[in-house]
Design a protein around this ligand. Structure first.
Ligand SMILES: Cc1ncc(COP(=O)(O)O)c(C=O)c1O
Length: 365
């Protein structure tokens, strides 16, 4: 099976030996303390390292077992015990948070996006329409699933709107450092630049070191710190210490940046293979995004082809992907699909796209 479905790094991206050595080093250095329960906020040396990296007080940082857990905590904070409410999301958006919100019985309102990302005018219209949402969930850089990046002007406008309308924004940024070219825009958290603000920021080491470590983090505005720390400590007592200590040891030994560059080089080759294959096999018959980083391409299929039907045929032919409807809460996206190029080899990417294009042509004829 050639999988374009998995938003996971290819096995060769993972620094197995270095990480084994860092895990051993972390236990040897910290001994019994890393093997005991920790604090609700998580392993302090890693929070301090992150504090320096983001130029913030480590007291603002809550470590999580993967960044999706941070999303769950925020959803619990607002929608505990079935208390209803509304959340704004860009459309399309990452499918797992959509499912989590649905499971909490939350009304999900979509905000339009285009090639420059979430549209601030559409956001303002939605805010005026009311009722007041609990928060806006957005992935501004190399978005999952579309691969799009929010422009700097729009980031600034969204931060302004957040202040005008007292809107909490959860900026989910796991792909910000997975950049192959171009200049990184400032995050909305950086643009806002204050602790008691409207922007909560979440990310993780899943895409920059390894998803199996399950080390994520939330950077929180002050009023949310205590409540989320309480939710976290009553959920996991403390986030896993050993993976966090392993990440810290990895960073302390100076591996983080060189390893990220190595991973990004491997992923860039895959992104290039995907763009070349799409051009070669779909040509003018379809359209797709051209991300400068991240894991995903969004493919709009030739007119009239249903991505669900194509998936059935593709699976039989040994190729998988995620269909567009998975990323909308309201059934849209039937003619689109998400292609993750992070996992298969460049050769598999070429072969897989050739198969998809041939199946799409068969469906047209
Ligand atoms: C936008 C986005 N947020 C969060 C996650 C979850 O990442 P983690 O492994 O840190 O839980 C993913 C994983 O694919 C993602 O694409």
């Amino acid at each position: 099976m050639i999988s374009f479905a998995r938003g996971a790094p290819a096995p060769e991206c993972l620094a197995v030996e270095l990480l084994a050595d860092c895990a051993k080093g972390a236990i040897e250095r910290d001994g019994t303390s890393v093997l005991s329960y920790g604090t609700g906020l998580g392993y302090a040396p890693l929070r301090e390292w992150l504090g320096e990296r983001y130029s913030i007080d480590p007291g603002q940082i809550l470590l999580t077992n993967g960044s999706l857990q941070g999303f769950v905590y925020l959803a619990q904070q607002f929608f505990w015990s079935g208390v209803g409410g509304r959340v704004l999301v860009e459309a399309p958006s990452y499918d797992r948070p959509l499912l989590i919100l649905r499971n909490h019985g939350v009304e999900v309102s979509t905000v339009a996006m285009d090639d420059e990302g979430l549209d601030p005018e559409a956001l303002e219209r939605e805010l005026k329409r009311g009722p007041k949402p609990a928060f806006l969930y957005t992935i501004p850089t190399f978005q999952n699933p579309s691969g799009r990046t929010l422009s700097v002007e729009r980031r600034k406008r969204i931060v302004e709107l957040a202040h005008e309308y007292d809107l909490l924004v959860l900026e989910d940024d796991p792909y910000g450092f997975v950049r192959y070219e171009g200049t990184a825009p400032p995050t909305m958290f950086e643009i806002e630049g204050s602790i008691a603000g409207q922007i909560a920021h979440t990310s993780s080491f899943s895409k920059t070191i390894s998803p199996g470590l399950r080390v994520g983090y939330l950077i929180l505005p002050k009023p949310l710190l205590k409540p989320l720390e309480l939710i976290a400590s009553s959920t996991t007592i403390s986030p896993s210490n050993l993976p966090a200590a392993t990440v810290y040891e990895f960073a302390r030994r100076g591996h983080f940046e060189p390893n990220l560059e190595r991973m990004n080089n491997l992923l860039r080759t895959r992104r290039d293979a995907m763009l070349t294959a799409l051009e070669r096999h779909f040509g003018d018959s379809a359209s797709w995004s051209r991300p400068e980083g991240g894991y995903f391409n969004w493919l709009n299929l030739p007119e009239g082809i249903d991505a669900g039907e194509l998936l059935t045929r593709a699976t039989e032919a040994g190729v998988s992907y995620c269909k567009g409807t998975d990323f909308y809460p309201d059934g849209r996206g039937a003619g689109s699909l998400r292609l993750a190029y992070s996992f298969p080899s460049p050769e598999e990417i070429e072969r897989g796209i050739a198969i998809l294009a041939e199946l799409a042509r068969d469906m047209k004829s």
